[in-house]
Design a protein around this ligand. Structure first.
Ligand code: SF4
Length: 341
């Protein structure tokens, strides 16, 4: 209670916020999807199966350079932008211009949600280093083409590794630490045996390594939970096991409503990276700041904190995570995040 009071006092002095839900942006980060298109056909992905293209508010398109530039001009306090979400960042034809402009304006760009890195032009690979792209997480669920292609359908393992080597060569040429590279490995029954080899390869490629639990254990069950736990250092091999044990969400996306609101490629404010059910208005037309302070956005935050019941016009009402979210102590997690900023 004391910690909450301290936070509200600090924010009250700045902006007269009344409750945690009223704090509209913690830090100086937003998420803007650079491209919702993807060339791969990953079977669990709503993009790869073309669900978003046909049925959701995410749609199918690229962020334009003009909209990116205007967004930065209108929101000078934003210093960090996450560009990846549902699609493949590198399919955006304006990416090089976006990176150059962000670098010139001291905006840090990252792709921590993940990229497949299959099709990248040479000048873009160089641009990642030249324009000091901050962090890049590459989704590689296997350590060989035979295993990789079972989930990353249409992907070319050797091409991805070749692109990583080219980035590393540019890092040497420019004597740069950036982008920091991470290998993300989603664990399935068909690839778990390659965890040790993937970790070794990541180390040789000067990459960090992150093993991620898969969201559909019924479709893609793992085979040896003890081996997976040993290899990953995780105490759980399944997401529900993790959430039961830790009493918190495996991936607490709802916090992004405060810490890194998600904007779709066409300007729709989605709030978090999971939401594809509806939007909170268009930031390119109505402005980011005014939408973050809108009644609808405030109500969504109150809903995920368990302070308001569901309401038909709020996208979170359709989200399967909501029931799990209100059972966890999101307020405590949010307070911890605010204290760190
Ligand atoms: S309830 Fe779902 S849609 Fe709403 S903020 Fe949380 S993860 Fe996003």
């Amino acid at each position: 209670m004391m910690r909450l009071w301290k936070i509200l006092k600090k924010y009250w002095q700045r902006r007269k916020y009344k409750t945690l839900a009223h704090i509209h942006l913690v830090g100086n980060q937003i998420r803007v999807e650079a491209s919702s298109k993807c060339q791969l056909k990953c079977p669990l992905c709503l993009t790869g199966t073309h669900y978003h293209r046909k049925h959701s508010v995410v749609g199918w398109g690229h962020l334009s350079f003009e909209n990116f530039k205007r967004l930065i001009e209108q929101n000078p306090s934003i210093k960090h932008i996450e560009l990846s979400n549902y699609g493949e960042l590198f399919l955006n034809p304006a990416l090089l211009k976006i990176m150059a402009y962000a670098h010139e304006h001291n905006i840090r760009l990252s792709a921590i949600n993940g990229v497949n890195l299959n099709d990248v032009k040479e000048e873009v690979l160089e641009g990642l280093v030249k324009y000091q792209f901050f962090k890049l997480k590459v989704s590689i669920d296997g350590a060989s083409q035979a295993t990789y292609q079972q989930y990353r359908v249409g992907g070319d393992f050797n091409q991805v590794i070749a692109n990583i080597k080219k980035i590393n060569a540019y890092k040497q040429q420019y004597k740069s630490r950036y982008p920091k590279l991470k290998w993300q490995f989603i664990i399935f029954g068909h690839n778990e045996h390659e965890l040790p080899l993937a970790k070794q390869m990541a180390k040789k490629l000067n990459m960090g390594f992150k093993a991620k639990l898969n969201y559909s254990p019924k479709k893609f069950p793992i085979k040896n939970a003890a081996f997976v736990k040993k290899e990953t250092g995780l105490s759980a091999a399944y997401i529900d096991e993790y959430e039961k044990e830790k009493k918190q969400l495996y991936s607490p996306a709802c916090l992004q409503l405060w810490t890194a609101p998600q904007v779709n490629w066409d300007g729709k404010l989605l709030g978090c990276c999971v939401n594809h059910f509806g939007d909170f208005g268009n930031v390119f037309e109505e402005g980011l700041s005014s939408l973050l302070q809108s009644e609808k956005y405030l109500y969504a935050k109150q809903m995920v904190l368990g302070e308001q019941p569901t309401r038909a016009d709020i996208p979170c009402t359709q989200c399967k995570r909501l029931k799990r979210v209100v059972k966890t102590d999101l307020r405590k997690q949010l307070i911890e995040v605010i204290e760190k900023t």
